[in-house]
Write a protein that binds this ligand. Structure first.
Ligand SMILES: Cc1cc2nc3c(=O)[nH]c(=O)nc-3n(C[C@H](O)[C@H](O)[C@H](O)COP(=O)(O)OP(=O)(O)OC[C@H]3O[C@@H](n4cnc5c(N)ncnc54)[C@H](O)[C@@H]3O)c2cc1C
Length: 340
């Protein structure tokens, strides 16, 4: 019997496995998708994410990010990171760096989709593996969360994301966030010749339909070649009743997600991974719920706050003007997110 079976080899799963191995636990990852794994993502790592990756010996290649810029047709506001830089990183490059670190720690990654589990008093059985603990890191729509009936009813506002890359030189070292009625476009430089664009908004709109809502951005991108296919995700908001069910624990998006609006999902997943491994190392799995709340609280408050304004018809158009008029407040909030 092993100590920990991690279901899902995305950033949360691999980081959890690495943390567990570093804590002396015998861990295995189940991930059915072939490496390197891609996913719909804005691909901007906050400074805290860069630091958390470095702490587990992971330094993915990417472009330094100096801060965040908000834009709408008549306004523009820049906020610079105060503590270190963020990183624009292709998801495939992030996955490769995490997978290499896991391999260096001799963590087995099995090409297995986990479809069910059996919980015993002292262990969990899944995919023919017996483990003291099972960690569900299986993403937004977590099959393990569903199997354990840990999900909450769907939220009222259903937002989705879709991402595309363009073969072109980045024009900024800030993540640009374009705001339009009911939608946002995130532009992240990820390589010297590659820019990622992630669209967020209500409904499952395709990329080109959404892009039409951002004429200035569409005009700039019209000069560039799209690279690779589009990837979508959603509904983004996933409410979860609790993160621990005896010896099954949830981490990353599987543990609950609000929105990609503030772009710190990976950063918070890395913090949760560290907290989870510490609880398992100490043999106190039940403490993880409290630890999860502690490391996720600031990010959830900031995201929920911005979403609240976003969903108000009168207030939403004032977000970028307010960021421009009150640069100290905008910079302060961005740096709270950057460190969350
Ligand atoms: C449009 C968009 C933009 C975003 N932008 C940013 C950003 O700029 N910065 C940021 O930090 N975050 C961003 N995020 C959030 C970020 O992508 C997620 O928070 C992050 O990917 C969560 O990692 P994860 O490992 O929990 O889940 P995932 O990355 O989804 O990984 C889950 C893994 O589980 C595997 N899996 C699923 N089912 C099973 C099963 N049954 N058995 C075994 N394995 C299984 C999947 O194959 C997958 O590899 C964005 C999200 C979206 C949708």
């Amino acid at each position: 019997m092993i100590d920990v079976l991690v279901v899902g080899g995305g950033p949360a799963g691999l980081a959890t496995a690495i943390r567990c191995a570093q804590a002396g636990l015998h861990v295995t990852v189940a991930e059915p998708r072939a490496a390197p794994i891609d996913k719909a993502c804005g691909e901007g790592l906050m400074p805290a994410a860069v630091a958390r990756l470095r702490a587990i010996g992971v330094e993915p290649p990417g472009l330094p990010l100096r801060g965040i810029r908000y834009l709408d047709p008549g306004h523009r506001a820049d906020a610079h990171f105060r503590s270190g830089h963020g990183l624009g990183v292709r998801r495939t490059a992030l996955h490769t760096a995490l997978a290499q670190r896991a391999a260096a720690l001799a963590i087995p990654v099995l090409p297995v989709r986990v479809t069910g589990l059996v919980q015993h008093a002292d262990r969990v059985s899944a995919a023919g593996i017996e483990a003291r603990y099972l960690v569900a890191a299986d993403g937004l729509h977590s099959p393990i969360r569903r199997a354990c009936a840990l999900g909450a009813p769907p939220a009222r506002h259903r937002r989705f994301g879709v991402r595309r890359h363009y073969r072109m030189a980045p024009w900024s070292d800030l993540v640009e966030v374009y705001w339009a009625p009911g939608a946002e476009a995130y532009v992240t430089p990820v390589a010297d010749d590659l820019v990622g664009v992630a669209m967020l908004g209500a409904g499952r709109g395709d990329f080109d339909t959404r892009l039409a809502g951002f004429p200035a951005l569409a005009q700039r991108l019209a000069l560039a070649e799209p690279s690779g296919g589009d990837r979508g995700a959603g509904p983004l908001r996933q409410d979860v009743r609790r993160r621990v069910c005896a010896n099954v624990l949830l981490v990353g998006d599987a543990a609950g997600y609000l929105d990609a609006l503030t772009g710190e999902g990976i950063s918070v997943a890395l913090a949760q991974a560290a907290a989870l491994a510490e609880c398992l190392r100490a043999g106190r799995a039940a403490d993880y719920e409290q630890a999860w709340r502690r490391v996720s609280r600031k990010s959830r408050l900031l995201t929920a706050g911005l979403l609240w304004f976003r969903h108000r018809r009168v207030l939403a158009p004032r977000i970028v003007p307010a960021a421009q008029t009150l640069p100290w407040l905008f910079t302060s909030i961005v740096n709270q997110v950057a460190g969350a």
